[in-house]
Design a protein around this ligand. Structure first.
Ligand SMILES: Nc1ncnc2c1ncn2[C@@H]1O[C@H](COP(=O)(O)OP(=O)(O)O)[C@@H](O)[C@H]1O
Ligand SMILES: [Mg+2]
Length: 237
């Protein structure tokens, strides 16, 4: 199974969501082998993974792969080979600046395409101008891919009403794009957890002595578990 985090805009949380959903309990206990695959030539996850290795962190059934090529055939061969050895692939797709090749590839080859998106007119127009034409084209050729594309309301205010945010997206989206029944809130913890190659769960553990910070971090862990459950349609956690 292949899941991609796609959004032609940068800074929408794709890399953060990819790395943490790969390590979420919901995912790591239900898939025997998980490949976290970065297709971004910038290599955000690659340098993070390098620190993980240097710090001797245990990654269990999660492996990391970096495909930096911008040639479709090379990307396709790389993914096919990784898919031969792993039950789940989580793809971190670069933003538009790199080229739309990765976006098109991910949309065509993934079983689920998760699009983190803010409630902003800016994000909405970027989505309509860049991603929607790609999605439309794919659905025209392969109508059964209709349920593949799912919006994840992102950087929502942690205090705001989740249901209202989801309703908002259901209203503005065309009917062949769904909105996941969860949100990805904005939390400062997401800006800090990844030092020394840590994932969110490891960082949360490291905060155990600081009760307040630990509780904040646990909320973020819970966000990711809920998001992972929604992506894979797991009913119980
Ligand atoms: N939920 C969040 N709340 C606050 N900051 C976040 C959140 N998710 C990610 N960030 C921060 O936003 C920036 C962009 O995130 P990143 O995952 O690299 O986005 P992308 O891969 O889409 O470019 C990073 O500095 C990251 O630490
Ligand atoms: Mg990124």
């Amino acid at each position: 199974m292949i899941v991609s985090f796609v959004q032609t805009k940068g800074g929408t949380g794709k890399s953060t969501l990819s790395m943490n959903s790969a390590f979420s309990r919901n995912v790591s206990t239900r898939f025997s082998s998980i490949a976290l695959v970065e297709l971004d030539p910038q290599g955000t996850l690659q340098s993070w993974w390098k620190s993980r290795v240097e710090e001797n962190r245990y990654s269990g059934n999660v492996s990391f792969h970096h495909i930096s090529s911008t040639q479709k055939e090379v990307i396709q061969d790389g993914i096919t080979s990784i898919a031969g050895h792993n039950e789940l692939l989580i793809l971190d797709i670069p933003g538009e600046s790199t080229s739309r090749l990765h976006t098109k590839f991910a949309c065509a080859f993934s079983d689920r395409v998760i699009v983190p998106m803010r409630t902003s007119t800016n994000d909405e127009s970027a989505f309509k101008d860049n991603l929607l034409p790609v999605i439309k084209e794919i659905i025209k050729v392969t109508p059964e891919k209709k349920r593949t594309f799912q919006i994840l309301p992102s950087f929502t205010n942690a205090q705001s009403n989740k249901d209202r945010v989801i309703e908002y997206f259901q209203d503005v989206l065309p009917d062949y794009v769904e909105c996941l029944p969860v949100v990805y809130p904005s939390r400062s913890i997401y800006e800090n957890f990844n030092r020394d190659g840590m994932n969110l769960i490891e960082y949360t553990e490291s905060l155990k002595k600081n009760k307040r910070a630990h509780q904040q971090a646990l909320k973020a862990v819970e966000d990711i578990e809920e998001i992972a459950a929604a992506i894979f349609n797991f009913t119980e956690k």
